[in-house]
Design a protein around this ligand. Sequence first.
Ligand code: ATP
Length: 231
Amino acid sequence: MTVTDPALTLSDVRFRWPGPGSFGLSVPEFRMAQGESLLLLGESGSGKSTLLSLICGIVTADSGRVAVGGTDLSALRAGARDRFRAEGIGVIFQQFNLLPYASVADNILLPLRFAPARRRRAAPDEAASLCAALGLPEGITGTNAGRLSVGQQQRVAVARALIGQPPLIVADEPTSALDAATQDSFLGLLFDRIAATGSSLLMVSHDERLGARFDRVLRLTDIAQTERRAA
Ligand SMILES: Nc1ncnc2c1ncn2[C@@H]1O[C@H](COP(=O)(O)OP(=O)(O)OP(=O)(O)O)[C@@H](O)[C@H]1O
């Protein structure tokens, strides 16, 4: 990535899940600048997670270009795409995807295992300092993730996405399980970290109330057309 590359570019992208009656999505043009925070709103089932899967290279476009920090994901083979994601994208999944029998520290450090450059960027005590910055109790790093409250798991998922300062953070409805007050403090902590590292943040949600903190708020329907093929 150079200073002039956008954080993210989609152009003429088309994608459809396999099978009869499947859901399809097309995005003519969508860009995010480096350091930008953007909230993408859409109803449940509108295709938000599908779009994030395309951006993370978990699935690949049928046609068109998805470029993250100037790298065209469709030019990479599956293994290289997985490594690229581990190096360059911090992902906060809707269901957190923590390993319940692994410690908080091991969960947070997991992406670094597959990402040598990101590992080199991470400070030796970064897992513990992220936990502290995200308001998790001291000493929690040795606890198994499955023993945490939902709000604590959410914070661990954020620490795992932030460790090693990936240039792009992608978050799928990360506040859906939190009450309004906890949501607000959670977003405050997330935005403090993003501001400190200069990472870009793309969050998808159905919750319009989150919009105030973001540089830009769009609806999925502003950037994408969706359709379901007849079964
Ligand atoms: N793995 C899959 N295989 C086939 N179809 C899928 C798959 N994942 C999602 N879909 C289809 O894509 C449509 C859009 O789902 P998606 O999860 O992208 O929406 P969403 O906006 O993220 O919804 P929610 O807010 O409820 O998570 C779904 O209705 C589903 O039919």
